[in-house]
Write a protein of this length. Structure first.
Length: 489
C-alpha cells in the first residue's frame, strides 16, 4: 500500500486472507498482526521548495529539468542560496525549458538549449561545461554561460535592462549586484573575506568555486584562481554586465563587471514570494520580505524560542525591533517576565555560529564581568545583558566586532552606520526604551543603551538615548548591562 501525496490523515482499508489446514479442530482462533509504517518524504524539488524549508543547515534538492542534485542553505545574509554552481547543460536535456520548470516567460526547446553547448548554436547563446572540483571550496565547477544564455536569450545584444528571465529553476533567480543593498553585497558583508566566501560548506564558508571563465564559449582560462558570477543587473556600459568577482589576487568585488560574451558561473537565489503578513515568527523573516515593507510599516511577530512577542517597524530602509529583546527571561506573549529562565539557543533559531548556547543564569547585580555572561530581567523593560551574554558567550572585550549574537535567526545587532540612519526616529522606536544601564551591580538611570555590533574607539558601540527623545551612536564597556534591539538582515 503506497500513498504518493502528503496528507494530514490517511485512511485505507486493508484486507487479508489466511489458509487454515483442514485438520485444524473447529473453534475460534485469534492472533496479533503487527504493521510497520515507514514514512518516505516526498523528494525536495527545487521548483517546489517552500522558502520556510530552507534553513541554516545544508540540504540537498533536485532540479526537475535534469534530476541533478544541488546543495542549498540559508546563509548569514538571511537569503537561501544554491551552494553549488548551476550545472544545467552538463547532461543533454530531454525536457523543454518552460515557465513551470525555469525562470522564463518564453519557453526554450531542449534541442535549442542543447545546441548552445560549446558555441555550436546559430544564435548568440553559448555555454561550456567545466569538469572537476574546485580545490578550495570543494564544490563542482559547474557550467559557464555567456549572459545571453544565462538570461534565456532575453538579454542579448546591447540591452541594459535588468534581466527578469534567466535559466535558474522556477522559483529561483539571478541575484542582484548593484548598490550597497544588493544581494551579493549583503552576502559579502556577512562573510567579509575571500577566505570565508570560498571555503567549504563544512567549514562555515559560502563555498564559491573558481572555475575560471570562457572568453569564446569553447575554451577555459584562469581555472582555479578566478570566479565570476552573473547577476540580474547591468553595471555600466552596454558591452559588459554585472556580478560577483573573485579575483586571482584574493579580493572579492560584489559589484563588478565582465564582457557579456564571456562564459561565467551562476549561483541562483531562492525567490521569496511572501510578505510580512504571511509570517508569524521572527525567525521567518527574510531580506526579501523586509525589502517589500515600506517605511513606517509595522507588525508583531513571535520569537519561536520562548513565545515572546515583538513589535517591528521599517525605519529609514531597515526593519528594526521596536521592543527590547527579552530572551532568557520568563515572559511570554506581550508580557515581559522579571525572572531569569535560561533558554537553549541553536544555530537554526538564533544568530549564533555554534551548534547551541544557553542564556545565562547569573544576573548583573553580581557586578562587572567580561568573562561571565550576565542578564537582568524586568517586567517593564525586558532584559539587559553584558556583552559576553549578548555575543552568545564569544566576546567580552572592547576590541572585537561581533559576529554571533542572541538575536533570532534572520536578525542581528545593528552597525554604527545603521544606527546613524535611525537617529532621527522618535518616540515610537524608544517605547519601553529602558531605565538606564547596569554597571558595578547597580542600575544607573541615564536614558537607554542598546548594544551595537561595531566598535566605538576603544569601547563597544551602542545606540544611545540620553534624553528620552533623541537617538545617537555612543559607547559602553563590555561589562556594562545594555539592552538589545535587533535589525533584520
Amino acid at each position: 500500500m503506497e500513498r504518493d501525496t502528503a496528507v494530514n490523515q490517511d485512511q485505507a482499508e486493508l484486507s487479508f486472507a489466511s489458509k487454515i489446514d483442514y485438520l485444524q479442530p473447529a473453534g475460534a482462533y485469534n492472533t496479533t498482526l503487527q504493521f510497520n509504517i515507514v514514512a518516505n518524504p516526498l523528494v525536495n524539488y527545487m521548483q517546489d521548495l517552500d522558502p520556510a524549508l530552507c534553513t541554516t543547515t545544508p540540504m540537498t534538492v533536485i532540479d526537475k529539468r535534469d534530476n541533478q542534485e544541488y546543495i542549498i542553505q540559508r546563509l548569514a545574509d538571511g537569503n537561501c542560496w544554491m551552494m553549488t554552481n548551476l550545472n544545467l547543460g552538463a547532461v543533454e536535456l530531454a525536457t523543454d525549458l518552460t515557465s513551470n520548470n525555469t525562470n522564463l516567460s518564453t519557453p526554450i526547446s531542449a534541442s535549442s538549449f542543447n545546441s548552445w553547448k560549446n558555441g555550436s548554436g546559430s544564435g548568440e547563446e553559448r555555454y561550456v561545461v567545466v569538469s572537476g572540483i574546485d580545490s578550495v571550496s570543494q564544490t563542482p565547477n559547474g557550467v559557464l554561460y555567456n549572459f545571453c544564455a544565462a538570461s534565456g536569450s532575453t538579454r542579448c545584444g546591447s540591452t541594459t535592462a535588468k534581466a527578469t528571465d534567466d535559466i535558474c529553476p522556477a522559483g529561483w533567480r539571478l541575484p542582484t549586484s548593484v548598490g550597497t543593498s544588493s544581494e551579493y553585497t549583503r552576502l559579502y558583508n556577512q562573510y567579509n573575506s575571500y577566505t570565508n566566501m570560498t571555503k567549504p560548506i563544512a567549514n562555515g564558508g559560502a563555498a564559491f568555486a573558481r572555475p575560471g571563465y570562457s572568453p569564446s564559449g569553447t575554451s577555459i582560462t584562469n581555472s582555479g584562481t578566478y570566479g565570476f558570477y552573473w547577476s540580474s543587473e547591468n553595471t555600466a556600459a552596454t558591452t559588459v554586465w554585472g556580478g560577483l568577482y573573485l579575483s586571482p589576487n584574493g579580493t572579492v568585488y560584489p559589484d563588478n563587471y565582465i564582457g557579456r560574451g564571456s562564459g561565467t558561473s551562476i549561483r541562483c537565489i531562492l525567490n521569496d514570494p511572501r510578505t510580512i503578513s504571511d509570517i508569524t515568527t521572527m525567525q521567518e523573516i527574510s531580506p526579501q520580505i523586509a525589502a517589500k515593507m515600506n517605511d513606517g510599516d509595522t507588525a508583531t511577530l513571535k520569537d519561536s524560542r520562548d513565545g515572546q512577542d515583538y513589535t517591528i517597524a521599517k525605519i529609514n530602509g531597515n526593519v528594526w525591533m521596536t521592543r527590547n529583546l527579552a530572551i532568557g527571561c520568563n515572559g511570554t506573549g506581550s508580557a515581559y517576565g522579571s525572572t531569569i529562565t535560561s533558554k537553549t539557543l541553536t544555530s537554526s533559531d538564533s544568530n549564533i555560529s555554534t551548534a547551541s548556547w544557553s542564556t545565562p543564569t547569573n544576573n548583573l547585580t553580581l557586578g562587572n564581568s567580561t568573562d561571565d555572561p550576565r542578564i537582568e530581567c524586568s517586567s517593564t523593560y525586558g532584559a539587559w545583558y553584558n556583552f559576553r551574554a549578548t555575543s552568545a558567550g564569544t566576546i567580552g572585550d572592547n576590541t572585537t566586532v561581533s559576529v554571533s549574537d542572541i538575536c533570532p535567526s534572520g536578525w542581528r545587532l545593528a552597525s554604527q552606520t545603521e544606527i546613524n540612519q535611525v537617529t532621527s526616529y522618535g518616540s515610537n522606536f524608544i517605547q519601553n526604551g529602558g531605565n538606564g544601564y547596569y554597571r558595578g551591580g547597580a542600575l544607573i538611570n541615564d536614558g537607554a543603551y542598546w548594544w551595537a555590533s561595531t566598535l566605538s574607539t576603544s569601547y563597544r558601540g551602542v545606540l544611545y538615548n540620553p534624553s528620552g527623545t533623541s537617538l545617537r551612536y555612543g559607547s559602553a564597556q563590555s561589562y556594562d548591562g545594555c539592552q538589545i534591539r535587533c535589525i533584520a538582515k
